[in-house]
Ligand binder design. Structure first.
Ligand SMILES: Nc1ncnc2c1ncn2[C@@H]1O[C@H](COP(=O)(O)OP(=O)(O)OP(=O)(O)O)[C@@H](O)[C@H]1O
Ligand SMILES: [Mg+2]
Length: 265
């Protein structure tokens, strides 16, 4: 509990593990809702500014892709959203609630799950134990790893007793996504899930993201530098440069050459 009387995301009995598609009990996927709004956010590391008046929205049932070269502030934006680093100005609302000053665990309790850049798998814990670290935000009765998650990542099912550190980079990335899904998120934030991953696993990860999108009920915020991957998945694209948003809009409306220019080094 986060101490303010709100119930946890998985709190109702018999709630589905992943949000159901419209018509099967899911409601949010049936319409587009602005669930996350980042408004005019500044973020500093000491005296250095990493985000300057950044505004971004993410809708339930959609993939919003944040793009930009190395060091432009993509991860900093995710830190602002998850609460991993305080913002120095601006406002973040989620589901109509101002979460700007809430600690990370309170945001996680509200259904915000983060798949960090570099994955942060616990190398000495088994795959199952890594998945179970996602239990922290769930009420006792909901603390299980549902088959549905393992079906999304069949490779993990065969490796539950292996140590996280023994997995390949691609397998660790799948584990990091699965661990986030254990939390029953309604906002899934992924930081460069294709970074350093072999093409076959990139395809698998892309399939999982589009499946989660199709089911509705979840807003997906995807940080990516790999344009071809982003273009396949994104409903809208936000391009950043040096702490600013320089281009944004529905994916189909942006000029591909211009987006690629912002990404080239
Ligand atoms: N913990 C930190 N302390 C100080 N400066 C930081 C810290 N983290 C990031 N920075 C700086 O803030 C700026 C934005 O970094 P950030 O990690 O958000 O970029 P990014 O777009 O995620 O880059 P990449 O694509 O390489 O992951 C960079 O100049 C970086 O050096
Ligand atoms: Mg980054």
């Amino acid at each position: 509990m986060d101490g303010d009387g709100r119930s946890e995301p998985g709190g109702q009995e018999e709630a589905p593990l992943l949000p159901l598609p419209p018509g099967e009990g899911g409601e949010a996927g049936a319409r587009v809702m602005t669930t996350l709004a980042v408004e005019n956010v500044d973020l500093h590391y000491g005296a250095a500014i990493a985000l300057r008046k950044v505004s971004v929205t993410a809708e339930t049932g959609q993939v919003t892709c944040i793009m930009g070269r190395n060091g432009v502030g993509k991860t900093s934006l995710l830190r602002a959203i998850t609460g991993a680093h305080p913002v120095s100005a601006g406002r973040i609302t989620w589901d109509g609630t101002d979460i700007t000053r809430l600690p990370t665990y309170a945001r996680a309790n509200r259904g915000i799950a983060w798949v960090p850049q570099g994955r942060d798998i616990f190398p000495l814990l088994t795959v199952r134990e890594n998945l179970e670290t996602g239990f922290a935000v769930l009420p006792r009765g909901k603390r299980r790893v549902d088959d549905e998650i393992l079906e999304l990542f069949p490779i993990l099912k065969t490796m539950l007793r292996r140590r996280g550190g023994d997995l390949s980079g691609g397998q660790q990335q799948q584990l990091a996504i699965a661990r986030a899904l254990v939390m029953h998120p309604r906002l899934l934030v992924l930081d460069e899930p294709t970074e350093g991953i072999q093409p076959s696993i990139i395809k698998d990860i892309g399939r999982v993201i589009s499946l989660l999108r199709a089911r509705g009920g979840m807003a997906i915020l995807l940080v990516e530098q790999y344009y071809d991957f982003a273009r396949e998945l994104a409903d809208s694209i936000v391009v950043m440069d040096r702490g600013d948003v320089v281009l944004s809009g529905p994916a189909g409306t942006l000029d591909e050459a211009e987006v690629r220019r912002w990404l080239s080094v």
